[in-house]
Design a protein around this ligand. Structure first.
Ligand SMILES: C[S@@+](CC[C@H](N)C(=O)[O-])C[C@H]1O[C@@H](n2cnc3c(N)ncnc32)[C@H](O)[C@@H]1O
Length: 209
């Protein structure tokens, strides 16, 4: 495994941030305790900034877990915007529903239980599409969602360097899935993608027109 960011740099970056929202801190503690994969704070802050810049009407998340990444989108989106959460584990969506009821952001969310690849295409004119489902599904996810994207949509995909395995010639289904997704996005004329080597790699792809 190739370290994407030197752990000392990651610690330094994290040390610069102070967050005191009790729901955010509770989710971070829970994710660590359960070793649940989530975007964590540095990528969360990136999602927040991108949302503030893009000012989306509609954000659709494929793979929301219990709502950590959605928390960052929901905090940054305007009160008229909507963040659609999808997850096939009902207990994750239940947790998110309770958490967003308590923190006053509930009206900015839509909570959907089921297969993200079936729920996602029910939406149109998506301004930000966030992909964080099982890694072998990434390529299928973007192909399924292409007709649903708004003009100049932003596609954000977590884990796009997959523990560095994409650069190591590993060929398990997850690594293959991420590699195929990356190559697909970089081969298209209608997207302008880049990958930030932050945490596990974050793809940002701007749809040209
Ligand atoms: C990496 S976690 C998501 C973490 C979340 N985005 C965050 O950072 O807070 C992936 C989640 O996607 C869900 N998942 C994976 N494949 C899915 C699919 N095809 N449809 C719906 N949910 C899926 C899993 O249940 C899991 O909760």
């Amino acid at each position: 495994m190739i370290p994407i960011t030197d752990p000392r740099i990651e610690e330094y970056l994290k040390g610069l941030t102070t967050e005191d929202d009790p729901h955010l801190l509770a989710m971070e503690a829970m994710a660590k305790e359960l070793t649940f994969p989530f975007v964590d704070r540095l990528v969360g802050r990136l999602l927040y900034i991108l949302t503030r810049i893009r000012q989306p009407r509609l954000v659709v998340e494929l793979g929301s877990g219990f709502g950590y990444s959605a928390w960052w989108f929901a905090r940054a989106i305007s009160i008229t915007g909507k963040v659609v959460m999808t997850d096939h584990a009902p207990e994750n969506i239940d947790y998110a529903r309770r958490m967003f009821q308590e923190n006053g952001l509930f009206d900015r969310l839509e909570f959907r239980v089921g297969d993200a690849l079936e729920i996602g295409p029910q939406y149109r004119d998506i301004d930000i599409l966030f992909i964080d489902i099982d890694k072998h599904q990434y390529r299928q996810a973007i192909e399924t969602m292409l007709p649903c994207l708004a003009k100049n949509a932003l596609v954000i995909a977590d884990n796009s360097l997959w523990y560095g395995k994409v650069a190591e010639g590993e060929d398990d289904p997850e690594t293959r899935g991420i590699r195929e997704f990356n190559e697909f996005m970089f081969s298209r004329q209608d997207f302008f993608p880049t990958i930030l080597p932050l945490r596990d790699g974050v793809m940002l792809a701007y749809r040209l027109g």
